[in-house]
Design a protein around this ligand. Structure first.
Ligand SMILES: Cc1cc2nc3c(=O)[nH]c(=O)nc-3n(C[C@H](O)[C@H](O)[C@H](O)COP(=O)(O)OP(=O)(O)OC[C@H]3O[C@@H](n4cnc5c(N)ncnc54)[C@H](O)[C@@H]3O)c2cc1C
Ligand code: SF4
Length: 550
């Protein structure tokens, strides 16, 4: 519903964005006693919007709607944006940005943001990531260590529910796991061969999906297309967990369809957030004593840039990162009999091969840092079999047992990868848009090539045949793991935020999403974003709320 009257109440805190991080901020702050306004640019979502059990023949265009690409030429390139759910993704015409170099910016504007359709892969980072600069001399360390985050990882994991298998690796610390999903025969063959021949680990994916009933949510029933919603709330999405908890306190006011444009400043401090009502396009304002930005990495930085604040260091907008991916290897497992099936169960998860490069060494084959793999092995129908008629049908049914793994590589933080406000472009609400300029460095390209070669070697070691190296460099942004642009640091001259994600320049502004990151690691980032958010909120409740009362 559009808000037609100006809001007179001064909240203790405004949280901008209700996705993976904003849901946590609203929950923590309101459960801690603060009165919170949760500003969300998109509309509400309900279980009636979920379509994971619908078949394509139940859709108007059988899953091939031209609207997806017409209004969403960028979003429509993401595997998760389909006729089923495309309205959850931003309309690219209404939400333009300038690509100085190709950059795929995938966004959802709806209650819960991208937590509605994320891939749910969840991995802790370790000191190999937080203290990477001390190990290899590139750039700077994070102002926090792994030990600072452990209690917050635990708090998030206990609540969210992460299924996985403990492997005891220091460089990929174990979470508090729910029971792991099973690996297939092909995956177990790879696990054993890779351990024997390389000393490397192949494990089941660590995923924010319940393998048993947990915190009032039901275990997964393996229907498959999680990116379209989940009636049993078996995967973690903020509207049905953290945001619901925040609302239950009675201290959170949810304001949907509120497109934040800038932070309102008074006497050197944030006094609130100006926003445009998405449907009526009327300007509005909400007031608060603290502003917590959780609008997603680039949207949070855009809000700061459009406010003209928090940039005494000159670092705001700089050091944009994503993961390089879309490279790996595939083959078939001739030793396994394929018995493909078309229906359930569809395990919504794959396997993971943790980073093995530059664990002891500083550099391998001319690159620093590393990559991990995601992939899987399962029987498939031979749709490309030759022939026709009954013989063709038999060949299709006979199928084959396939295997593939693909790398996710660390991206170095570089000043040359940046965002800024474009002077000539605004969005449908008149808010100045971003210009994004990012490209891979030689380091990302070298580790990508190495990752493909190693992928092929590992598949061959597992007995795979017809092994091919696959893929091409992903376009920056397309991994949807964008981080950086408002980095944390101890030195206000070189960083935007302190170790609690509090702005050096404006003490009552916090930015707890991926914008705060110093380096990208190679793990999927959201678990760490949520842990950092919970840590920041603990700090706000512990230290900052004293000042508010004073
Ligand atoms: C298909 C897909 C697969 C993914 N797979 C994985 C994975 O396997 N593992 C992983 O770790 N990550 C994955 N990700 C990334 C993950 O979704 C994000 O890292 C995570 O959601 C970021 O959380 P956030 O709170 O910063 O942003 P979001 O969850 O995107 O939420 C941001 C919210 O802020 C709102 N907002 C934005 N601008 C404004 C504004 N100006 N005013 C008000 N509100 C605003 C948005 O509408 C949105 O609701 C995936 C993402 C996608 C799309
Ligand atoms: S596969 Fe599991 S988590 Fe995914 S939508 Fe189905 S029940 Fe939910």
């Amino acid at each position: 519903m559009p808000q037609l009257a100006p809001r007179r109440e001064t909240f203790d805190a405004i949280v901008v964005g209700s996705g993976a991080t904003g849901g946590w901020a609203a929950k923590k702050l309101s459960e801690g006693g603060m009165r919170v306004a949760l500003l969300e640019a998109g509309p509400k979502i309900t279980q009636a919007d979920f379509t994971e059990h619908k078949q394509s023949w139940q859709l108007p265009y059988l899953g091939m709607s031209p609207k997806v690409i017409q209004d969403r030429p960028i979003q429509g390139r993401c595997y998760a944006c389909t006729e089923y759910n495309y309205k959850w993704f931003v309309n690219d015409t209404e939400n333009p940005y300038v690509q100085d170099k190709p950059f795929m910016w995938i966004r959802q504007r709806i209650l819960g943001g991208r937590s509605n359709s994320w891939g749910r892969q969840s991995y802790r980072m370790g000191d190999i990531d937080f203290k990477a600069a001390s190990r290899d001399g590139y750039d700077v360390d994070w102002p926090i260590s792994y030990s600072d985050l452990v209690p917050y990882y635990e708090e998030v994991e206990k609540y969210v529910g992460i299924s996985g298998m403990a492997e005891g690796l220091e460089h990929l610390p174990d979470s508090l796991f729910l029971p792991p999903m099973d690996m297939t025969c092909g995956e177990l063959a790879l696990r054993h061969a890779v351990k024997d021949k390389f000393g490397r680990t192949v494990t089941i994916g660590r995923t924010a999906i319940l393998t048993k009933n947990h915190n009032g949510r039901a275990a997964c029933h393996y229907c498959g297309p999680c990116e379209r919603g989940c009636v049993t709330n078996s995967y973690f999405s903020s509207p049905f967990t953290t945001v619901a908890d925040a609302l239950r306190t009675g201290r959170t006011t949810l304001i949907t369809d509120a497109v934040g444009s800038h932070i309102v400043m008074k006497d050197g401090k944030a006094a609130g957030v100006a926003y445009i009502d998405r449907t009526s396009r009327q300007p509005r304002e909400a007031s608060a004593k603290i502003v917590v930005l959780c609008a997603s990495t680039l949207e949070s930085t855009r809000l700061l840039l459009n406010s003209g604040i928090c940039n005494s260091s000159g670092a705001l907008g700089k050091y944009l990162m994503d993961h390089i991916y879309q490279g790996g290897a595939s083959g078939i497992m001739p030793q396994l009999e394929a018995k493909p099936w078309a229906g359930m169960p569809r395990r919504p998860n794959g396997i993971y091969i943790p980073r093995f490069r530059n664990i002891q060494e500083k550099e391998t084959n001319g690159f620093i840092r590393g990559y991990g793999y995601q992939g899987g092995s399962s029987p498939s129908f031979s749709m490309g079999a030759p022939g026709f008629g009954a013989a063709y049908k038999d060949a299709v049914r006979k199928g084959f047992w396939g295997i593939s793994i693909n790398l996710w590589g660390e991206c170095l933080a570089r000043k040359e990868n940046y965002v800024e406000i474009d002077k000539n472009k605004v969005d449908a609400w008149g808010i100045p848009a971003l210009r994004i300029s990012a490209d891979w460095s030689d380091n990302e390209k070298k580790l990508w090539h190495d990752g493909r070669e190693q992928a092929a070697e590992m598949l061959k070691a597992a007995g795979a045949a017809n092994v091919n190296m696959t893929g091409q460099f992903s376009i920056p942004g397309f991994c949807i793991h964008e981080t950086g642009t408002a980095r944390m640091g101890n030195d206000p001259k070189t960083s935007v935020l302190n170790k609690y994600t509090q702005a050096h320049d404006v003490e009552n502004i916090f930015v707890t999403d991926g914008a705060a990151w110093v380096s990208s690691g190679c793990q999927n980032p959201t678990l760490t974003m949520m842990a950092i958010t919970v840590r920041a909120c603990d700090y706000i409740l512990r230290e900052y709320s004293k000042k508010l009362k004073a």
